[in-house]
Design a protein around this ligand. Structure first.
Ligand code: 5GP
Length: 205
């Protein structure tokens, strides 16, 4: 079991409706050590792939994206979900249905922050039906940029997002893949993944 799977078993709470609550380390309080380990793990898994920008969507992806951007030493951009009155920039806009809020959102990035020369690594906290990831891919394509890969903290493998994105040819790396979970017994099964090598971050860069 890897560090994230262990953390999920220790601190995650399964809610009715196929929701995994991980507020204590990812969605409300942020465990910096876990974020740091995730960043190193993404860097290891995407080794050899050129990345000059990290893109996520507000809010919970930002913490992971920031630590990953720090490792690559590249800018981190987060797509916004609401218009700010003080932004007059032209924007790329895409639509995403929110699994947790059950509504359609416009997500956008101001045009100066995505360019045709960008090789963009997408990161996010969860992958469920792939709505958020597809909206980010749409924004990247509107800018004429390239998707370098998709790094996900927790993929819910019982939903269609991972299979769809992989079927479309994207390299998706999820640190923990939930195969099934049961809110009544509070049990989670993870999909077997290749064992991670020693988790000393300094050895992976
Ligand atoms: P998707 O867009 O892939 O359908 O859903 C992913 C987005 O929905 C993530 O950005 C995440 O914010 C939210 N999400 C989906 N499922 C869960 C879940 O089980 N727990 C939490 N905390 N967020 C989820």
């Amino acid at each position: 079991m890897n560090f994230l799977e262990e953390k999920i078993l220790q601190d995650g709470v399964i809610k009715e409706g196929n929701i995994l609550k991980v507020d204590s380390f990812l969605n409300h309080q942020i465990d910096i050590d876990i974020m740091r380990q995730m960043a190193y793990e993404f860097k290891r898994r995407f080794r050899g792939i050129e990345v000059n920008k990290v893109l996520t969507i507000e809010a919970s992806g930002i913490a992971i994206a920031t630590l990953l951007g720090n490792l690559y030493d590249v800018p981190v951009v987060f797509a916004k979900k609401s218009e700010t009155a003080n932004s007059t920039d032209d924007k790329y806009v895409a639509k995403a249905y929110s699994f947790t809020h059950k509504k359609m959102n416009n997500v956008f990035v101001s045009k100066p922050y995505l360019n045709a020369t960008d090789k963009v690594l997408i990161v996010d906290d969860f992958l469920a039906d792939g709505e958020a990831a597809h909206a980010l891919i749409d924004l990247i394509h509107q800018a004429g940029a390239t998707v370098a890969g998709i790094g996900i903290a927790i993929e819910k493998g019982q939903q269609k997002g991972g299979a769809t994105l992989r079927g479309e040819g994207y390299r998706v790396e999820s640190i923990a893949i939930v195969e099934s979970m049961d809110w009544q017994t509070q049990t989670i099964k993870f999909r077997e993944q290749k064992a991670l090598p020693i988790q000393n971050p300094n050895l992976h860069i």
